[in-house]
Ligand binder design. Structure first.
Ligand code: MN
Ligand code: MN
Length: 303
């Protein structure tokens, strides 16, 4: 049976590129597989697809999952996957996030590694299976790794991510630092986006000690455009139904995040060792997975 491969909702570069690359690899290994996206890919992913001239994956439609074999990439939490996942047969997960509560009736293949990007794992799978990586797949893989690791600035970066980038840069024919900056600039321009679009651009929901906590993260090279609208962001955030909501505006050059939040000041100051105020800069905080989530989870627990 044909495999459906897809990443998380609000598809980022890793979710899109790992799905396409893994589907390509499965096809090469004699399986029938097709990459999908759960929603319209984000701007950076669109830039990458255009740059390497790869067709955008089809958006998965309601009802399409029923009875199908699916492979999840770049996520494993129920809240982040297809709404109808319960109607499908989950056969495999390839991911680099913490395990988040999916359970299955049958044994499945799992490849979860603490690396910076799902595409680093997909790169390893090409190597393990001795499948040659063509130009455009190398382009997708390197883009995702540069994106997830912030060109190696993220603390999630590992030796495996770097080795993959060095090798893929040759096949994709890019200067990885120069290309990475070009990709971030194209992907992080906030021109034309509304306040709620910016908050929800890269948004994930978590349960912290029974509280409904939302964390949105925006990486941009244009910080001033966001901070000049701080009050409008705050009005929107305070109007949501979340117990707590943190919008992290991450400056990848200065390696930190400006925080606009709904919630107690004390949680913010405890979590990030800063004097809490709207728009406060948390130096060194760039990763939601490795920093924002665990620090907030601890601070909420201890309040
Ligand atoms: Mn992702
Ligand atoms: Mn990822």
């Amino acid at each position: 049976m044909s495999l459906l491969v897809f990443g998380h909702k609000s598809p980022d570069t890793d979710s899109v590129c790992s799905a396409i690359s893994l589907a390509y690899l499965k096809n090469k290994l004699g399986m029938e597989a097709k990459a999908y996206a759960l929603e319209e890919p984000r701007k950076e992913a669109q830039f990458v697809l255009n740059y390497f001239n790869v067709a955008k994956p089809e958006i998965l439609k309601a009802g399409e999952l029923k009875g199908k074999d699916v492979v999840l990439v770049d996520h494993n939490e129920i809240a982040q996957t297809a709404d109808e996942i319960g109607e499908a047969n989950l056969v495999e997960i390839i991911d680099h996030h913490k395990i988040g509560g999916l359970s299955t009736d049958l044994p499945i293949s799992l490849r979860i590694m603490p690396v910076g990007c799902t595409c680093t794992i997909v790169y390893s799978l090409f190597k393990e299976n001795n499948v040659e990586i063509p130009y455009e797949i190398a382009g997708l893989l390197i883009s995702a790794i540069l994106s997830d690791t912030l060109i190696f600035k993220s603390p999630t970066t590992t030796k495996l991510d770097k080795e993959a980038v060095y090798a893929l840069a040759k096949i994709a024919k890019v200067d990885y630092e120069k290309y990475g900056m070009e990709m971030f600039k194209a992907g992080t321009s906030l021109e034309g986006f509304s306040i709620d679009e910016i908050v929800n651009m890269d948004f994930k929901e978590f349960d912290m000690s029974g509280n409904r906590v939302g964390i949105g993260q925006v990486m941009t090279l244009d910080i001033d455009a966001v901070l000049s609208k701080k009050d409008e962001f705050l009005a929107y955030i305070n109007g949501t139904e979340f117990d707590m909501l943190v919008l992290a505006i991450t400056d990848i050059i200065n390696e930190g995040s400006y925080l606009i939040y709904k919630g107690e000041d004390k949680i913010i100051s405890d979590a990030f060792s800063v004097g809490a105020c709207q728009g406060v800069f948390a130096q060194g905080i760039v990763s939601r997975k490795k920093q924002l989530v665990p620090k907030l989870t601890d601070a909420v627990k201890n309040i």
